[in-house]
Ligand binder design. Structure first.
Ligand code: ASP
Length: 284
């Protein structure tokens, strides 16, 4: 029983962009499902899904990333393998268009969990990842968004044929952030989590997500037997109560998946055993 669920970031999205976002998350879910349906791993599937969205300028990751207050791009990403609880992550790396690929290389190397800042480029070069040409990740929409702060991130969670879970999240962060700011997305247990029971990717107010270790709190509820939808709901309500912030989550466990958010929209696409579903998100 395979499943892949993809999100394109929680926030407020103008109606005229909905169709493009829906197409994007559908294409990403299809890329992940192509791997799962030929017996591939959940780890490969979530990375493939997130790569599709990093290259899609509609989303706040890779090309199209939110800009720092200085008008630059610094990306965060992480990928976690539930079967082994190994993680690879990168934070605040300038001009990095395929942050999830570098996060995966960090995981595969196994020496560290998180590499941050421009020094991460030393490792990126070692594994054959090159910086994007100057300005290539900056879209007109991202420039305009600097004035009009808006959210969005991309993520994927999957369960493969062997029942292994994986989660991946990639983002440009929040528009207008300070250089050097690292959000929740690359932090295991905050924006991303996978273990033997479930996989979770979060989006929304990074600082709020970090303060309640959102993904881990959902995983703990699932591990103690709470049904997945209720686990997500309870942890999102806790985040709102404690921080007054907003967030959205996709999660998958052994028997089901869930996609819920506190904000008005979150494009989501899922493919579970060949059955496709998508939505602009269920607000709680
Ligand atoms: N959570 C991301 C961050 O704070 C932003 C987002 O999901 O929109 O970096």
């Amino acid at each position: 029983m395979t499943a892949i669920v993809v999100h394109g970031g929680a926030g407020l999205v103008a109606a005229e962009r909905h169709a493009r976002l829906r197409d994007g998350v559908r294409a990403a879910a299809a890329a992940g499902d192509a791997i799962l349906s030929r017996g591939g791993s959940s780890l490969d599937a979530v990375v493939a899904a997130v790569r599709v969205l990093e290259d899609d300028p509609e989303f706040n990751a890779g090309c199209g990333s939110a800009l720092t207050r200085d008008g630059t791009v610094e990306t965060d990403a992480s990928v976690m393998d539930g079967a082994t609880q190994r993680v690879g992550a990168v934070g605040a790396v300038p001009d990095l268009g395929c942050a999830i690929a570098l996060a995966r290389a960090v995981l595969d190397r196994g020496e560290h969990v998180l590499l941050a800042g421009s020094s991460a480029w030393d490792f990126a070069r070692e594994v054959g990842i090159a910086p994007a040409p100057a300005g290539a990740l900056i879209t007109e929409r991202a420039r305009m968004r600097l004035a009009d702060v808006q959210k969005g991130t991309v993520g994927a969670v999957a369960r493969d044929r062997d029942g292994r879970f994986a989660a991946a999240t990639s983002t440009g962060g929040i528009a207008g952030k300070r250089r050097g700011r690292v959000g929740d997305s690359p932090i295991p247990g905050a924006g991303t989590w996978a273990d033997a029971h479930c996989a979770i990717s979060a989006t929304g107010d990074g600082e709020a997500i970090l303060r309640v270790a959102l993904a881990h709190s959902i995983a703990m509820r699932i591990a103690s037997g709470t049904p997945i939808d209720r686990a997500v709901r309870e942890s999102l309500s806790e985040l709102q109560r404690v921080t007054n912030g907003s967030a959205g989550v996709i999660a998958v466990d052994r028997s089901a998946f869930s996609a819920l958010q506190l904000s008005s929209t979150m494009p989501v696409a899922a493919i579970s055993d060949g059955v496709h579903a998508d939505s602009m998100g269920t607000q709680i």
